[in-house]
Design a protein around this ligand. Structure first.
Ligand code: NI
Length: 257
């Protein structure tokens, strides 16, 4: 059974030295699918390029909350046009990030809402990035009918109660390297509480490498460490975790084969 990587950034300059070599090694290492996630206009363009080059790579198109200051009506129109590309399977990553001062919350909220409405109009799921902004994220998603798009809360960092609220809204919970960290107790509770049918595997490469590679450059080849930890927490076998989470991701991104 192939592993589904639901969140990576192979357009990142951290992969400039060996990007093609690494991507060409994925399938022999049982990584069968990769979503390369757009986080700015430029990375959306590069994600689509990668998806055109590799059959097993898919792209998402979107602007990360910390990059929303670059958006205006003209380039938003460009973004809208990218979304209909046959290998763009989601809109994201979009959301709110209040950890950093900039851009102002109002700017982040405006472009989060606009991108969410876009996803609804073209009927594609959304990839949510939310940090230190639990209430505003949930409120905007409710107000803009995110239930209709569905999607994933990537790198989930809130409580188990909150996770179950998102599941009720039709959202999957993205679980990555943090689940292997000694101080990752909160995420462990989330994994205990959320049914395996609502969990997706992700790395956020090149960031957040799991133990035993914490602190190093991350890649999808580390996904087995994350799946092993989830199997341990949920009392399942490793193979069950891989097979269910791959099915989850294919369902969410509507990838047939
Ligand atoms: Ni990301």
């Amino acid at each position: 059974m192939m592993i589904f990587e639901t969140h990576a950034h192979y357009d990142d300059e951290g992969f400039d030295e060996d990007r093609d070599l690494l991507l060409m090694s994925m399938q022999e290492n049982k990584i069968g699918y990769v979503i390369n996630v757009g986080a700015s206009l430029e990375s959306t363009r590069r994600s689509i390029e990668l998806a055109e080059k590799y059959p097993f790579v898919y792209a998402s198109a979107g602007v990360h909350p910390s990059e929303t200051a670059e958006l205006n009506e003209n380039n938003f129109e460009w973004l809208r046009k990218q979304c209909v590309h046959r290998k763009v399977v989601a809109i994201g990553e979009i959301g709110l990030d209040y950890y950093w001062e900039e851009p102002a919350h109002e700017i982040q909220k405006l472009w989060f809402s606009r991108q969410l409405d876009l996803a609804k109009a073209i009927r594609k799921p959304i990839i949510i990035h939310s940090r230190d902004a639990a209430k505003d994220t949930y409120d905007i998603m409710s107000a803009h009918g995110a239930k209709e798009t569905g999607g994933v809360i990537h790198c989930f960092s809130y409580s188990a109660e909150m996770a179950l609220e998102y599941v009720k809204m039709g959202f999957y919970i993205g679980v990555g390297g943090v689940v292997t960290f000694k101080n990752g107790r909160k995420l462990k509770e989330v994994v205990e509480a959320v049914p395996i049918e609502w969990i997706l595997l992700e790395t956020d490469s090149p960031y957040l490498a799991p133990e035993p590679n914490r602190g190093m450059r991350n890649s999808s080849l580390n996904l087995p460490y994350i799946a092993e930890r989830i199997a341990e927490i949920k009392g399942m076998t490793y193979d069950e975790v891989i097979s269910v989470t791959t099915e989850n991701a294919k369902r969410m991104y509507q990838i047939e084969c």
